[in-house]
Design a protein around this ligand. Structure first.
Ligand SMILES: [Cu+2]
Length: 181
């Protein structure tokens, strides 16, 4: 028990270190991606697995300039077909409060899409489901930084099971989906 906790702490440190170390690489990566731009989708051509890609609303991701895992999550969202603008800011708290992210339920970056907040490393599939189902709610959150979630992939493939929470208009969180890998 002690040993596994210790190992977990070690691997988490590794990921967090990777998260900040990636940031400069990430910025270069993002810059080159923006420079080349992706192939526009042709009418009638299905370029991804998601049938709703053409109708996905634009997403804005707010992150600190030095957050590497935030950038990796942005890549994840882009791969899923979201068109993403990134806003770099050092203090995300006023935005989190304004959007209704629960106290203690926050993470490293805050996205806004379709009027909802998307807090932390939420899988794109859950965002697509949210936008399809359109519940009366403020948004989705994966509190903290979960190993193995999108943008938090660990070098040795470690994963922690995690839950995505839906935050309703009253600020109450209920489980939206569970992920075991
Ligand atoms: Cu993160």
């Amino acid at each position: 028990m002690i040993r596994s906790t210790h190992l977990l702490a070690l691997s988490l440190l590794g990921v967090l270190a990777a998260c900040s170390r990636e940031s400069s690489i990430q910025q270069t990566h993002a810059a080159s991606a923006a420079a080349t731009m992706t192939v526009p989708s042709l009418p009638g051509a299905e370029v991804t697995d998601s049938p709703s890609v053409d109708s996905l609303p634009a997403m804005t991701v707010h992150k600190s300039p030095s957050c590497g895992c935030c950038g990796l999550w942005v890549d994840h969202a882009k791969r899923a077909g979201f068109s993403v603008s990134v806003v770099s800011m050092n203090d995300l708290n006023p935005l989190k409060v304004a959007m209704g992210v629960p106290v203690g339920g926050g993470s490293c970056h805050t996205a806004v899409v379709g009027g909802y907040f998307i807090e932390g490393h939420v899988p794109a599939a859950d965002i697509q489901r949210l936008l399809t189902e359109k519940p009366k709610a403020r948004g989705l959150t994966v509190p903290g930084m979960v190993l193995g979630s999108p943008g938090m992939e660990a070098p040795a493939g470690e994963v922690q099971p995690y839950t995505v929470y839906l935050v309703d208009l009253d600020g109450k969180s209920t489980p939206f989906s569970h992920h075991n890998r």
